[in-house]
Design a protein around this ligand. Structure first.
Ligand code: ADP
Length: 624
C-alpha cells in the first residue's frame, strides 16, 4: 500500500523519520565540515514528508524540524542570518505543505473520477450484454442496423434465424439483398430508407427474401438513427415474418364470411349472445321476425326481445346457469313468448346452443316462429274438439241404446214378476206363498242385475287410461300457457306467472294436465273479455305433504251463482255455445291423477281455480 494511504500516526512516524534522517545527516556534516547552514536539510526533509507522508504529517513534523534546525544553528554563532534561515525554512515548509495538500486533493478527485468511470463502464457492459441477449432472443424478429448508405453493420441472431444469413455473410452487405428482385429493380430499398430518413420512421408490410431464395411476407419497421448534431448515423430495422399470421387471419375472415352467409340464409332466426346477455349477432331472418335491424341490437341486452316476466329475469337466468351449470333451456328447447320491435308478442320455439371458447361462453339461440304453426294447431284443435263432441254424442247414443237394451231385460222381468205377484195377491191363498217368495227373490235378482249393469257402465266411463311420467311443472305450465294464451295479449290480457321451483317435479300425464291448464286459462280469458282489469295469473306452490297446488286466477266477474254448485258437472254452461263439459273433464282428469279441483272466489273480484297434483319429489329422491 502506498505510504499516503496509510493511517495518520504511521504517516507522522514516517515524516518524523525524514526529519530524524536530516538531523543525522546534519550532525555528520557538522563533524566533517564544521557546521554548515542547518535549515536546507530540514527543508528537504519536510518536502519529502509532504510528498510521501502527506501534508498533515509534514505539518506535524515541521515543528521538531524547526526546533532541530534552531538547535543545529547553535553550533555556529546565533545571529540575524540564523533568524532569516529559520524564517525561510518556515515559509518553504508552509509552501511545500500547501502545495502537497492541493496535489493531494487533486489526486483524490482524480481517483473518484476514475472509479466512477470504471463503474459506469461495467454497468454499460452489463446493459450491452443484456440488450444483446434480449435482441438475440427476440423470437421471430430480425433486428439489424444499417449505416447511412444502407449497409449492414449489426446483425442479431434473430435475423440469422429468420433470414438464414449469419453475421459474417452480411456485415457490410447492402440491405437491398433482402428484397425480391423486382422490388430492387423498382428502387424500393433506397426509397424505404429515404422515407425513414425523412419521417424518422417507416412501417410497411412487404415481401422479403431469405438466403435460400424463398420469400416471406414481412412486417418491416425502419427507424432513422441520428447523431446529436442531427446528422444521419444509420438505420435500425426490425423485420418479422407474418406469413403464418396473415394466413390464419385470412382463414378466420373466410370462416367469418362463411358464417355470415349461413346466417343470412338460414330460415330460422338466429341470435348470438355473450355471457352477459349482450347480442353479438342477429341473423337476417331474425331481423325480419322481430322488426329490428342488426345494427340496432348489436351490444344490446337480448332481454329486449322478450316480454315480461322473462325480460326482467333473463340476466338472472344466465347468471344462474353460469354459476350452477344447471341446464333449463340449453340443448333442451322450449316454447316461449317473444316481443317484436312494435311491442307485439308471439309464441316461438327457442333452442339454445352453447359454445365454450377459450375466454367466455357464447350462446346461440335458434328461433322458430310458432304463430303460423299455432294458428294451424288451434284450427286442428277446434276441429278435434268438434270431433270429440260428435264422438261423445254418438258414444252416448250407443251407450243409451245399449243401456236401454241391457236394462230392458231385467226391468221387464221385474215388471212381469211384480205383476204376477200383484195378481196372486188379488186372491190371497196361503199355498201361493212359496211361489210369491220365489217370484220376489227373482225380482230382487233382476233388480240387482240392472244395478250391476249400471255400475259396470259407470266403471267403464270412469276408467281413464293415464300414463304418468315425471315432469317439470314450470315447463309444463309454460308450454300450456303459450297455447292457452294464443291471442290473449292482443285482447289486453296480461299474464303473470309465479312458479315456485320447489313445486316440481310432478307425476302426471303431461298432455292431460296441459289440457286442464289450457281449459282453465281459456275459461279465465273468456270470463275477462268485458272486464276493465284483465289480469291472469298462474301460480304454483308446494301443498299439503306430497302434493303441489296450481292456481289459475282471473279478474273476471266471478262464477254465476246459478251454476256455482254444479260447476264441475257435465253440461253446465252459461255460454250460448258452451258445451259445459270443460270443467267436468278437468275434474275427471285431476281426480284420475289422485288430485282435487275446486273453485274459490278471488279476493278483490274474479275467480280462482285450484287443483292439486302428486309431487314426484319423493320418487326422485328415492331414485337418487
Ligand atoms: P264451457 O266453457 O263450455 O261453458 P266449462 O265446463 O268449461 O264449459 O265451464 C262451465 C261454466 O263455468 C262456464 O259456462 C262459465 O259460466 C263458468 N266458468 C268457468 N270458468 C269461469 C271463470 N274463470 N269465471 C267465471 N265463470 C267461469
Amino acid at each position: 500500500m502506498p505510504l499516503t494511504e496509510r493511517s495518520l500516526p504511521a504517516r507522522v512516524l514516517a515524516a518524523l523519520a525524514f526529519v530524524a534522517a536530516a538531523a543525522l545527516a546534519q550532525s555528520m556534516l557538522n563533524v566533517w565540515i564544521g557546521g554548515p547552514a542547518a535549515f536546507p536539510l530540514f527543508t528537504l526533509a519536510i518536502m519529502a514528508a509532504a510528498i510521501f507522508a502527506g501534508p498533515r504529517a509534514a505539518a506535524i513534523a515541521a515543528l521538531p524540524a524547526l526546533l532541530l534546525g534552531i538547535y543545529f544553528s547553535g553550533f555556529r554563532e546565533w545571529g540575524a542570518v540564523a533568524f532569516v534561515e529559520a524564517g525561510l525554512f518556515l515559509l518553504a515548509a508552509a509552501g511545500t505543505i500547501l502545495l502537497a495538500r492541493a496535489a493531494h486533493n487533486v489526486r483524490g478527485h482524480l481517483r473518484e473520477c476514475e472509479e466512477n468511470a470504471a463503474r459506469r463502464a461495467a454497468e454499460a457492459d452489463v446493459l450491452a450484454e443484456e440488450l444483446g441477449l434480449l435482441i438475440d432472443g427476440a423470437e421471430g424478429h430480425a433486428i439489424y442496423l444499417l449505416d447511412p448508405q444502407g449497409r449492414v453493420t449489426i446483425w442479431n441472431t434473430g435475423a440469422e434465424r429468420l433470414m438464414g444469413w449469419c453475421e459474417e455473410d452480411v456485415i457490410g452487405v447492402e440491405a437491398s439483398a433482402f428484397y425480391p428482385r423486382d422490388a430492387v429493380a423498382a428502387g424500393k430499398p433506397a426509397d424505404d430508407l429515404a422515407h425513414a430518413a425523412r419521417d424518422g420512421r417507416f412501417d410497411t408490410e412487404d415481401w422479403r427474401v431469405r438466403k435460400d431464395g424463398s420469400e416471406f411476407l414481412a412486417d418491416v419497421s425502419i427507424t432513422a438513427l441520428r447523431h446529436p448534431d442531427g446528422s444521419l448515423r444509420g438505420f435500425a430495422k426490425v423485420v418479422s415474418d407474418i406469413t403464418g399470421r396473415r394466413a390464419s387471419e385470412e382463414a378466420l375472415r373466410s370462416q367469418e364470411s362463411h358464417l355470415r352467409s349461413i346466417l343470412s340464409t338460414v330460415p330460422d332466426a338466429m341470435v348470438v349472445i355473450d355471457d352477459q346477455g349482450l347480442i353479438l349477432s342477429f341473423s337476417a331472418a331474425a331481423e325480419q321476425l322481430f322488426g329490428f335491424s342488426e345494427a340496432e341490437l348489436l351490444g344490446a341486452n337480448v332481454s329486449r326481445l322478450m316480454p315480461s316476466p322473462d325480460r326482467e329475469r333473463h340476466d338472472n337466468y344466465i347468471r344462474r346457469y353460469l354459476e350452477t351449470g344447471e341446464k333449463r333451456i340449453i340443448g333442451i328447447g322450449r316454447v316461449v313468448f317473444a316481443q317484436r320491435k312494435d311491442g307485439s308478442t308471439f309464441p316461438m320455439e327457442l333452442s339454445i346452443g352453447e359454445a365454450t371458447g377459450e375466454a367466455h361462453p357464447l350462446f346461440t339461440g335458434f328461433i322458430r316462429d310458432l304463430t303460423e304453426r299455432q294458428k294451424t294447431e288451434a284450427q286442428l284443435e277446434s276441429l278435434q274438439s268438434e270431433l270429440v263432441h260428435v264422438a261423445r254424442v254418438s258414444a252416448m247414443g250407443t251407450m243409451a241404446s245399449t243401456l236401454a237394451h241391457e236394462l230392458n231385460q231385467p226391468l221387464t222381468a221385474v215388471a212381469n214378476y211384480v205383476e204376477a205377484i200383484r195378481d196372486m195377491l188379488a186372491r190371497p191363498d196361503p199355498d201361493d206363498l212359496p211361489m210369491i217368495r220365489d217370484a220376489l227373490d227373482d225380482t230382487a235378482k233382476e233388480a240387482l242385475r240392472a244395478g250391476h249393469i249400471v255400475r259396470r257402465l259407470r266403471d267403464f266411463v270412469a276408467r281413464g287410461e293415464v300414463e304418468k311420467t315425471i315432469e317439470k311443472l314450470p315447463l309444463l305450465i309454460n308450454e300450456a300457457a303459450v297455447l292457452g294464451l294464443m291471442g290473449a295479449r292482443e285482447k289486453g290480457i296480461e299474464p303473470h306467472f309465479d312458479l315456485d321451483p320447489y313445486a316440481s317435479p310432478v307425476l302426471v300425464d303431461k298432455i292431460q294436465i296441459q289440457q286442464v291448464l289450457i281449459n282453465l286459462i281459456r275459461n279465465a280469458c273468456e270470463a275477462m273479455a268485458a272486464s276493465p282489469v284483465r289480469k291472469l295469473s298462474v301460480t304454483s306452490r308446494p301443498d299439503a305433504r306430497g302434493f303441489v297446488r296450481v292456481i289459475v286466477a282471473d279478474t273476471g266477474p266471478g262464477v254465476d251463482a246459478r251454476i256455482a254448485e254444479q260447476l264441475f258437472t257435465a253440461f253446465t254452461s252459461t255460454k250460448s255455445e258452451g258445451m259445459g263439459l270443460g270443467l267436468s273433464i278437468c275434474r275427471t282428469i285431476v281426480e284420475a291423477h289422485g288430485g282435487r279441483i275446486w273453485m274459490e272466489p278471488r279476493a278483490g273480484g274474479g275467480t280462482e281455480f285450484h287443483f292439486t297434483l302428486v309431487s314426484a319429489k319423493a320418487e326422485e329422491t328415492d331414485d337418487g
